[in-house]
Design a binder for this molecule. Structure first.
Ligand code: TXA
Ligand code: MG
Length: 324
């Protein structure tokens, strides 16, 4: 099992040393943990795909310190990108831009575009500052599994990689992956919703399109079933819960609210009522539910009354999508 180490000077220096040598390091961001390697080092990029078991056609996000580092990766950083970077960076907004020709094709799965974002987490920023070069990092989970929002969850997913260095920066504050916005076309398009809403983006650059979960060709990593627990999971309502619970000896774990009534052998995990708290704890709770080795995870559908709740719904749909 890999060890998670605190972000001391010494451990950060070790992370920088490994990255500079073409290695891979897991580190915290404000959204979820990332599994990073230098964008321009093909050895590191290959190691990331291998460790994650990630399909070769799913491109990576390059993390940058600031706009000027982002410009070094993009063939064009237009006015819209500039305004969005000024409004939301550092933060959970990823921009898909035309790729600069000197970026290795491996880090974008051969695509003519590259996804870039500037994270706000101090540990991610320290690494980027010390190295002075972009770090490509997908979420630090095995491919198809739930993203990791705690160092311990990264360690659990990569239990076989004993020498993986994980910098433990505590629990991720936001808990959901960044908003991915495609700026390669005339009309900007949200490929993956996140905590920065389409409305917030639209307030800065005008009309924005949104792809739904089932229009997936633009962003392969947003396949319908993604961010999923191993145990079968289903959405239900408070009213339908009684009939949704399995009978006989089958056991369910319910992600509900304080008001939800569940009796043994079924178990209740009480979720927060507020959208940002729900978002921050969702993946931890799904991982906990998965560990109970129940027959079924039932998720009581939360409200859809804010953009963040709608993003939460997107992740719940992906977690409960039947494997196709
Ligand atoms: O919050 C986040 O975005 C986290 C942290 C670590 O930054 N990263 C993350 O990476 O969620 P990953 O690899 O799990 O998801 C990246 C998403 C995938 O859906 C991928 O297909 C999409 O971004 N993506 C990356 N490059 C792209 C490109 N050139 N064009 C379209 N989609 C792209
Ligand atoms: Mg991911």
């Amino acid at each position: 099992m890999p060890r998670a180490l605190p972000p001391t000077e010494e451990n950060l220096a070790e992370a920088v040393r490994r990255l500079k040598e073409g290695g891979v390091v897991a580190f915290p961001t404000e959204t979820v943990y990332g599994l990073g390697g230098l964008t321009r080092d093909v050895r590191a990029i290959r190691a990331i795909y291998e460790l994650k078991g990630r399909p070769a056609d799913n491109p990576l996000i390059a993390h940058v310190l600031d706009e000027s580092m982002a410009r070094s990766l993009a063939d064009r950083f237009d006015d819209r990108a500039q305004r969005l970077a000024a409004a939301f960076w550092p933060g959970p907004l990823t921009l898909v831009l035309p790729r600069a020709s000197d970026v290795p094709v491996e880090s974008t799965s051969g695509r003519p575009s590259i996804a870039v974002r500037s994270p706000s987490h101090p540990v991610a920023r320290r690494l980027l500052e010390s190295i002075g070069a972009p770090i490509s990092a997908p979420s630090a989970n095995r491919s198809g599994h739930i993203s990791a929002t705690r160092a311990a969850d990264v360690a659990a997913d990569f239990a076989g990689a004993g020498d993986l260095l994980i910098i433990d920066g505590g629990d991720c504050a936001l808990g959901l992956e960044s908003t991915v916005l495609d700026l390669t076309g005339a009309v900007p398009r949200v490929l993956r919703p996140g905590t920065i809403s389409a409305a917030a983006v639209s307030a800065v650059i005008g009309p924005v399109e949104s792809s739904t979960v089932h229009q997936q060709s633009a962003s392969p990593g947003t396949a319908p079933r993604h961010y999923a627990p191993q145990t079968r999971a289903r959405l239900t309502s408070d009213a339908e819960l009684v009939t949704a619970l399995p009978s006989g000896s089958a056991r369910a774990v319910v992600l509900g609210f304080a008001r939800t009534r569940v009796s043994p052998p079924h178990e209740l995990i009480v979720m927060p009522e507020r959208d940002h708290e729900y978002a921050a704890s969702l993946y931890v709770c799904l991982r906990n539910a998965d560990r109970r080795e129940a027959n079924l995870i039932l998720i009581v559908t939360p409200p859809a009354t804010s953009p963040l709740w709608q993003t939460i719904h997107d992740r719940l749909r992906r977690a409960t999508e039947v494997q196709g």
